[in-house]
Design a protein around this ligand. Sequence first.
Ligand SMILES: C[S@@+](CC[C@H](N)C(=O)[O-])C[C@H]1O[C@@H](n2cnc3c(N)ncnc32)[C@H](O)[C@@H]1O
Length: 192
Amino acid sequence: MYLVYEGDKNGNNIPDDEEIEVLPLKGDGDFRSPECIAFLKEADIVVTNPLFSLFREYLAQLIKYDKKFLIIGHQNAIKYKEIFPLIKENKLWLGYGFKGGAGHFISQYEDKATAGNHKEGMIRVSGVTWFTNMEIKKRHEDIILYNKYSPEEYPEYANYDAIDVSKTAEIPCDYFGEMGVPITFMDKYNPE
Ligand SMILES: C[S@@+](CC[C@H](N)C(=O)[O-])C[C@H]1O[C@@H](n2cnc3c(N)ncnc32)[C@H](O)[C@@H]1O
């Protein structure tokens, strides 16, 4: 089904049930179906939580239709061969993320949240982040670096001409060659 909301009619600034039309789709609602693509074309901004197993395909479709988006994905997706080039080409970056790298979603699933976060119907998903192509301040902020390079503290890889930096905060401020950084660096990445 799909929902249609055409704005507040009774002036209470809340989308009430009676202001939202619920209509059946003709097809099965697959995001790749012509019917759903027609809806996508209407959208200015797509905000959603797509299923992780089709993340590559979902994102490729948003790029193909030149949409502004804010979507949830797993941080491992940064490393996918289809995703990383988009980050390199400045077509995609990480949003403001989730506290502690974990998302909490209220759902109709069984209660699977960890002890500290109990709420009826809540599930906890770790390692999730926002992927977006909308302008945000974070990607223009400098990382303040304190560490100085020394060959003892930053060993070189055996099979690649770069140094290993195990924590983003420990990136040496005076080293300008290639370095390997943890994936969490992408959360602080400033292309400038
Ligand atoms: C992680 S859930 C998020 C659901 C919803 N956005 C939310 O936040 O409650 C992903 C949803 O994608 C739906 N889904 C699975 N395959 C799909 C497909 N090929 N096309 C469209 N939706 C699909 C699943 O049924 C599921 O409801």
